[in-house]
Unconditional design. Structure first.
Lengths: 255, 243
């Protein structure tokens, strides 16, 4: 391929030659991020509610304390207190082989396990690690969001005969969601960027594509500047989406 | 007297703080009972124990023959029969006036959306706010919000209404419109327990007045007796300050 040089130093032809790799990487990054945002939000909601679980009478009271609040607190503490990079390695090389292994996987074994490991191993590990990690962070957003709603809202709803779950669904969460959007947006952006760490276990996403190109040509400006711009554009897109949601769900809010 | 609410030996502690120290009282159907007393006397706590928003530390509250503090009691079902109006209105800010009113009747009572809307319209007409049906709470004045809150409570067709200082957060010129609605309800025979600082309302609308101080019922009686010739020194001292 002919050498194309921009601005006297940027060899665009390198990027063009590997464009397929970059496109695939981009799709993988987006797919990974979207899956993990959705799953992380669900996990975060459950964890956040578990950390606020309370009951008046035995045995529900003890169940809430030892069965929900404590485990959730330990979970969040662990995943926020250890590096994501280490979590990814731990999950890919230690936890996943425990469940998916050709000889003695707890979940899947035999030929199917080999298949999965070969074709989807890194993606699966990446999804699990990023979901578990972002779930821990997002649970704090939900917890703070739920706690920020005036107690009077819950009391008004409960005194109308609405159950805890109906109160959550119709009264607390819709109001909390509006306030949680900015921090949720931050978490989504962090997740998008952190997905680059998964390249360490060989998942062919954007950062992996850049690393491949850098290795082949021993040129670093071109691949890393390219993916930097791509990540930047993606985060701008996320910011825009969050802003639109804020406008849409902002009605009736006096603040 | 056939009591719909019976309170016996009710005590409530918040940690070291004893807010209620043995309350006994009974409230009959269609009775309007006003609870007065200095701030911190436990008036609101007493009210909140009646529908289980606060759990009693000791003693018993029985409403319609159902023990509020029994762990086996379905509090949601009981609360559906006991409306409550709060000092700070507590309307749902993300819902319109109409949505505020129809929410519980449709979700808890299983009313069809159409029937719930009809009921909401009738109630809004009653509190004179039919033109605000599609407004959000933050577009209303305090007095209007409190009237919507009353309509919201009434939409459940409760058998008892609890009022927790319903006019204390209002500008003076809006107090009257809320009290007028409450007076109408009293005249229609609603059973009401009203924690209030509005002595005129207690005197003219209340069937009975409870004077609370330091967590006990110091004195109770018909308004004319309690306001006219209080028996207890503490009651006299309180009334001389507020009247």
């Amino acid at each position: 391929m002919e050498q194309i040089v921009w601005f006297g130093w940027f060899r665009a032809d390198i990027i063009a030659e590997y464009s397929t790799l970059f496109w695939r990487g981009l799709l993988t990054t987006i797919g990974l991020t979207v899956i993990c945002i959705v799953q992380g939000a669900l996990l975060g909601l459950l964890l956040g509610m578990a950390r606020l679980a309370q009951a008046r009478h035995s045995p529900a009271r003890e169940l809430c304390t030892y069965g929900l609040r404590w485990p959730a607190t330990v979970y969040v503490s662990f995943f926020r207190g250890t590096p994501l990079f280490v979590q990814i390695l731990l999950i890919h090389f230690a936890v996943m082989p425990l469940f998916v292994h050709p000889t003695d996987g707890l979940l899947v074994s035999g030929e199917a396990a080999r298949e999965i490991k070969q074709n989807y191993g890194a993606f699966l590990s990446g999804v699990v690690a990023l979901t578990l990690n972002s779930g821990a962070y997002i649970s704090e957003v939900f917890r703070a969001g739920i706690q920020s709603i005036d107690r009077g809202q819950v009391e008004a709803s409960r005194s109308l005969g609405m159950s805890y779950w109906r109160t959550m669904y119709h009264v607390v969460l819709p109001q909390a969601f509006r306030r949680m959007l900015p921090p949720l947006g931050n978490n989504a952006i962090a997740l998008l960027k952190d997905s680059s760490l998964v390249s360490a276990i060989g998942l062919a996403e954007l950062a992996y594509a850049a690393r491949t190109v850098a290795g082949a040509y021993s040129r670093y400006w071109e691949p890393y500047l390219t993916i930097s711009v791509v990540y930047w554009v993606l985060t701008l897109g996320l910011t825009y989406v969050v802003r639109q949601l804020e406008i849409r769900y902002g009605r009736g809010d006096s603040r | 007297m056939d009591a719909v609410i019976r309170v016996s030996g009710l005590a409530k502690r918040f940690g070291e703080l004893e807010v209620l120290r043995g309350i006994d009282c009974a409230i009959a159907a269609s009775e309007v009972v006003c609870v007065i007393g200095p701030s911190g006397s436990g008036k609101s706590t007493l009210l909140r124990c009646l529908n289980g928003l606060e759990e009693a530390s000791a003693g018993e509250v029985v409403v319609h023959g159902i023990r509020v503090n029994d762990p086996a009691t379905d509090l949601d079902a009981l609360r559906a029969e006991i409306g409550m109006v709060f000092q700070r209105f507590n309307l749902f800010p993300h819902k319109t006036v109409l949505e505020n009113i129809v929410l519980a009747p449709t979700k808890v009572r299983g009313l069809s959306p159409g029937d719930a809307r009809d009921r909401a319209r009738a109630l809004l007409a009653k509190v004179d706010l039919i033109d605000k049906i599609d407004a959000y709470p933050n577009q209303l004045s305090g007095g209007q919000q409190q009237r919507v809150a009353i309509a919201r409570a009434l939409a459940m067709q409760p058998r008892i209404l609890l009022f927790d200082e319903p006019t204390s957060a209002l500008d003076p010129e809006m107090v009257g419109e809320v009290l007028t609605v409450m007076q109408t309800l009293a005249e229609e025979g609603m059973t009401m327990v009203v924690v209030t600082h509005e002595m005129e309302f207690a005197r003219h609308v209340g069937d009975r007045v409870l004077f609370l101080d330091e967590g006990i019922v110091v004195e109770e009686g018909a308004p004319e007796a309690l306001f006219g010739s209080p028996r207890e020194e503490r009651t006299r001292r309180f009334l001389s300050k507020v009247l």
